[in-house]
Design a protein. Structure first.
Length: 198
């Protein structure tokens, strides 16, 4: 029996994924389109976006949906393809320190770490490996993301560097936290535990 909170997450994730499949793409442009014209800080849900948390939410939502979709669901292959397409692009956008910056295609515009997008990507990629949707080559990216997240935990015990509520890349700081960042951190940690047990 699915808990009501899981049903709500599944429903929101499914709607986002269906919108993406219907043409409201939340995906990253291919590397060749990284021109100055392609880089913009304008980011809204369910549009071409460079926003870390926005893309992270969709990738994490797809990972969560795929955990619950029956293997024989007619549209499952399309969800898997979208998940794998987005996942292929994410590792190359990770910074050397393990963080994904708030603006994925223009990380220098927001060089401060951003932990909510990092947590969503870390969760989604680890879940993809654990569910057999992604290969083990993603593990290094996952581990670098987790290491970054652990460094973002402040002496107070709070996860820092969580961008505030918004609809585009924004600034963060070490004492800035939000519950969705902590939730994504916990999701990522739960998948790291599963990965360690493999």
């Amino acid at each position: 029996m699915m808990r009501p909170s899981d049903r709500a997450v599944l429903l929101v994730s499914l709607v986002a994924a269906q919108n993406a499949l219907a043409g409201c793409r939340t995906s990253l442009p291919p590397p060749a389109s990284r021109s100055a014209a392609a880089v913009s800080d304008r980011a809204t849900p369910l549009t071409d976006s460079v926003w870390s948390r926005g893309n992270g939410l969709v990738l994490a939502g797809l990972a969560r949906v795929l955990q619950y979709l029956p293997p024989d669901y007619a549209g499952r292959k399309r969800f898997v393809a979208l998940f794998q397409e987005m996942a292929r692009r994410i590792p190359e956008l990770q910074g050397p320190d393990g963080y994904w910056r708030a603006s994925l295609l223009d990380p220098d515009s927001r060089p401060i770490p951003e932990s909510s997008g990092t947590a969503f990507f870390t969760y989604a990629l680890a879940c993809g490996v654990n569910e057999g949707l992604l290969g083990r080559e993603y593990e290094q990216t996952v581990r670098r993301g987790w290491s970054a997240l652990v460094r973002a935990v402040q002496p107070s015990g709070k996860l820092g560097y969580v961008q505030r509520v918004g609809d585009r890349p924004g600034d963060t700081g070490p004492e800035q936290t939000e519950t969705y960042g902590t939730g994504a951190f916990l999701l990522a940690g739960s998948e790291l535990l599963r990965l360690a047990a493999r």
